[in-house]
Design a protein around this ligand. Sequence first.
Ligand code: IYR
Length: 229
Amino acid sequence: MIPLQHEEYSPEDALRRVREFADDLARRRTVRAYSDRPVDRRIIETILEAANTAPSGANKQPWTFVAVSDPEIKAKIREAAEEEEKVNYGGRMSDEWIEDLRPLRTTWKKEFLDVAPWLIVVFAQSYGVDDDGRKRKHYYVQESVGLACGMLLAAAHRAGLATLTHTPSPMGFLSTILNRPKNERPFLLIPIGYPADDATVPQLAKKSVDDVTIWMIGRKQKRDQPAID
Ligand code: IYR
């Protein structure tokens, strides 16, 4: 064990900092129309560095990020994804699902898959393999990889880049095209880049924090709450 390094702030500073962070995250939008402008590899690498700090079950970091800018590979991914999505939109998704997606204006066409300069394909490792080829257990894989993806999205936003959490379904073709081993399952496909100049996004309402939070505050604690002015 080593001593913890930790920054603490006054309640005023804490509120200001987290307010700025929350406001910035609220400006993040899922973007489906990208510019083909290149993005420096070092920016992508640093975004992945941020994602890779995520907490994970027993610190196993059960994720693999495949960062694709190769136009031939992107074209293959687009072709295979559109193949699946044609089936999805052509009847594999339920009527309710299609109806729920209407405000998003999504279709089987996935232009962003070869227009965006980078595709980050996130794989979840259901188990690990050590240097001797022995299987090693991984824990809370979905939770861990989900956390890493959230941090990835926040980091990309901080770099002024747009992202999309794309889940072509089924995603097995990603393992084949990207030649991933059998302990890895495709988890999310995340295009990253600058938005197209004419990009539009749906006007969506978010639930309020009130709608999604239940507070359980003891009477005494309520009285003792320090006030921030
Ligand atoms: N995978 C399809 C459908 C789709 C599903 C959900 I849930 C979305 O939030 C958006 C799209 C597609 O990518 O079009």
